[in-house]
Design a protein around this ligand. Structure first.
Ligand SMILES: Nc1ncnc2c1ncn2[C@@H]1O[C@H](COP(=O)(O)OP(=O)(O)OP(=O)(O)O)[C@@H](O)[C@H]1O
Length: 225
């Protein structure tokens, strides 16, 4: 691709949400606008119950908002066929939760291999090294500590080579040093792979490491300047 076109494509947002409103029993938020481009990271902070995880679900294919549009990789997300949304989930989107869903009876390596087989990628040992888990690959995940399991689940996501990562409290149960290490790996990954990171966190120091910080408060999402 010619460089000039490449630059144009790169500058387009990977994710753009406009006029998003959602209610459960009561209105949660309304008229939310958000966008993120390649190589960028954004943190969403806000009080417990303000709707951060719900907003992340809306951005990441799992919940159609009551109103508004979500454009992911230049496709209007909630007008796509389920088959196309499944393909995004399999190949293009990485989702990291605080509580991971590893297969307990399998080794760490087998858990990562399942994800790479599905996405057609090969395992990048550099990622395992950076996350300081490469020596744990033969262990069953049930034999690993919570923090080690969390890093295996992050390695599983990154080895899929997603174009956008949605992370909900990815460092919530990690000590400070390991949390910093995980943020180092995530931020390096998005720069290296022209990907983006959307992070929900209560941890101000993790939020401050992102290129932009948004606060969800009184049903609105405000960018902190
Ligand atoms: N599927 C659902 N059905 C009904 N109510 C829901 C559903 N999901 C979330 N809620 C409610 O929406 C509100 C926002 O929840 P959400 O998990 O998005 O908040 P949050 O800001 O991520 O909170 P926390 O920081 O505590 O994780 C909560 O009051 C929650 O009970």
């Amino acid at each position: 691709m010619p460089k000039i076109i490449q630059r144009y494509v790169m500058s387009r947002p990977l994710l753009e949400a406009t006029g998003i409103s959602h209610s459960f029993d009561y209105p949660l938020f309304s008229d939310i606008h958000f966008s993120i481009a390649a190589k960028q990271s954004a943190a969403i902070v806000g009080r417990s119950g303000s709707g951060k995880s719900t907003l992340l679900h809306i951005f990441s294919t799992f919940l159609k908002p009551n109103t508004g549009s979500v454009t992911l990789f230049e496709h209007e997300l909630y007008t796509l066929k389920e088959r196309d949304i499944e393909a995004f989930r399999r190949y293009d989107i990485g989702i990291i939760f605080q509580f991971h869903y590893l297969f307990k009876g399998m080794s760490a390596m087998e858990n990562i291999s399942v994800a790479t087989m599905l996405s057609g990628e090969s395992i990048d040992r550099k990622i395992l090294k950076k996350l300081e888990i490469d020596h744990l690959m033969a262990h069953k995940t049930s034999e690993l500590s919570g923090g080690e399991q969390q890093r295996v689940s992050i390695a599983r996501v990154l080895n899929k080579k997603p174009r956008i990562i949605f992370a909900d409290e990815p460092t919530g149960n990690l000590d400070k040093e390991t949390a910093e290490l995980v943020m180092d790996v995530l931020t390096a990954y998005i720069k290296e792979h022209d990907a983006a990171l959307v992070l929900v966190t209560h941890d101000e120091s993790m939020a401050e490491r992102c290129d932009a910080v948004y606060k969800l408060e009184e049903r609105k999402l405000e960018k902190r300047v």
